[in-house]
Design a protein around this ligand. Sequence first.
Ligand SMILES: Cc1cc2nc3c(=O)[nH]c(=O)nc-3n(C[C@H](O)[C@H](O)[C@H](O)COP(=O)(O)O)c2cc1C
Length: 502
Amino acid sequence: MTDHPRIIQGGMGVAISGWQLARAVSRRGQLGVVSGTCMNAVFAQRLQNGDVGGHLRRAMEHFPVPSIAEDILQKHLNAHRASGRSAVRGVPMFTLEASDDLLKLTVAANFCEIFLAKEGHDGVVGINLLEKVQLPNLASLYGAMLADVDYVLMGAGIPREIPGVLDKLARHETATLKLYVEGGMNDHLIVGDQPASEEDPRIVFDPKHLFGEQLPGMIGHAELRVTDQPLRRPKFLAIVSSDVLAQVLVQKASGRIDGVVIENDLAGGHNAPPRGTMQLTQSGEPIYGHRDSANIEKVRALGLPFWLAGDFASPEQLSAALALGATGIQVGTDFAFCEESGLDKNLRDETLDELSAGEVPVFTDPRASPTGFPFKVVQLPGTLSEQAVYEDRPRLCQFGFLRQAYRDDRSSQKKNGRIGYRCPGEPMTNYLRKGGTLEDTAGRKCLCNALMANAGLAQEQSSGYIEKPLLTAGNSLARLKHYLKNGSLTYTASDVIDYLLS
Ligand SMILES: Cc1cc2nc3c(=O)[nH]c(=O)nc-3n(C[C@H](O)[C@H](O)[C@H](O)COP(=O)(O)O)c2cc1C
C-alpha cells in the first residue's frame, strides 16, 4: 500500500489535466493524471492547428506503428479550415461501428498524451476516463497502455468490466464492453448495480485487426520496438461516491482492482446524484444528506488502498484522511487553476482575478449535464453559466461524446432494433425525432463544446458564432486565494504539492 502516491492529481476533462500538468505532478513523486476524455478531438484539433511546439510530432515519432503515425499526421497536421476558422474536422462521432481511422486516431491521441506526461522523469502517470463516455474507452485505454501508463482511474458509473479489459488489452487480445442502451447509464449509477440488459450490444476492440499480428510491445522511452510482447497491465483505481458502490465493484469486477477513490459531492466536475428522489434547495441545488456520505470504516474494511476526494486539498485534510486509514487524497480544483493546467489562460486569469477581488460562486447544477448527473458550474460572467449567454447560443451537437445509445423503435425489427444515439443537449427537433422527451432537454447544456472551449479549443461555427466556455470547479474554489499571496495572480502545481505536504 505504501508504494502508492499520497496525492493524486485528479483527472480533469476536457484537456484540463493534460500532459503538462500530469508531468509536473509526477516529477514531484505524486500521481499526475491526464484526462483521456475527448482526447481524439483534442489531438486532431491541436494537429490541425499546426502542433504548436512540435510536442505531438515528437511523441508520434515513438508510436509503435510508424506507418499509422504517418497516415494520421498526413491527414491532420496543418489541415485547418481554409477560411481560417478554428474548429476540428475529420473526427466523426463515435458509434458502435467506429471506423478503423477513428479508432487509430483515438489510440494515437491517448498514446501521445501519456508519452508526453511520462517524458523525462521516472514518476508514475495515470489516465482518467469516464465510464459514461463508453464508446472511445477501449481504444483510449489501449493507446495509454502502449505508452506504458501506470494507473487507470475511472468513475462516473460502475467500471466493473474495466479490470478484465486491462488484462485482455495487455495481452493484445480483443476486449469488449457492454454498451448501456436507453436509461441504463444513469440508472446503474444511482441504483448501484443495475447491469445493462442482456440484449445490449457490446463495444468490440480488436488490436490485431487495427495493427496486424506484429503487435506493439512494451516500450521504454529510449528504445521502441514492435514485438509480440505483452504490455504492462496498469493499476486500476475506481472512483466511486460510496462504500456501497466500492463494495459492489470489489465483489463483481471482472479482474483486479488496486484501489478506490471515494469522491464526495463537494468535488469539481460531475457529482454522483443524491440517493433516492432528488430534492433541491431553494436556489435549485441538489440536497445531499448523511446517506450520501461514504462510510469510511466500511471502505477501509475492503482492505484496498483508498483516497478521499472532494474539498480535501489542505495539509489538515490530508492528515485527517491518513488518520482514517486512507493512502492519501485526490485533488482537482487546486490543480485546475495552476500554471500547468490546460485551462485557457484568459479564463484562468479572469477567475483568479475575480477570486482575489471577492467571491466566485460555484453552483451544483442538477440539469446542465446531458448525463443527468449534477455538474458543478463556476458562475463566471460571459460564460455559458449565464442563462442569457446560453440562450444566444445556436443549439448544436458536434462531438457527441455524451450521446446516449437508444433502441430505435421506428425500426421494423423492434427487439433487435437499430441502435441510435441522442443527446438532450442537441437541437431540440433532432432529439424529439429520436424519441427523446422535451422534459429531458430542459436546462441541458452542451458540455462537449463548452469543455473544449475551456481548454482553448473553442469551435467556430460557419455563422461566426464562437463557442463559449462553461467552467467547472469544486466548492473549494474560494480557498484558492491562499495561493495568491503578495499580489501574485498565478501559482504552480509544485506550489499545490508543497502546500498539501506542508
Ligand atoms: C475542472 C475539473 C474537471 C474535472 N473533470 C473530471 C473528469 O473528467 N473525470 C473525473 O473523474 N473527475 C473529474 N473531476 C474531478 C477531479 O478529478 C477530482 O476528483 C475532484 O476535483 C476532487 O475534488 P476537489 O475539486 O475538491 O479537489 C474534475 C474536476 C475539476 C475541477
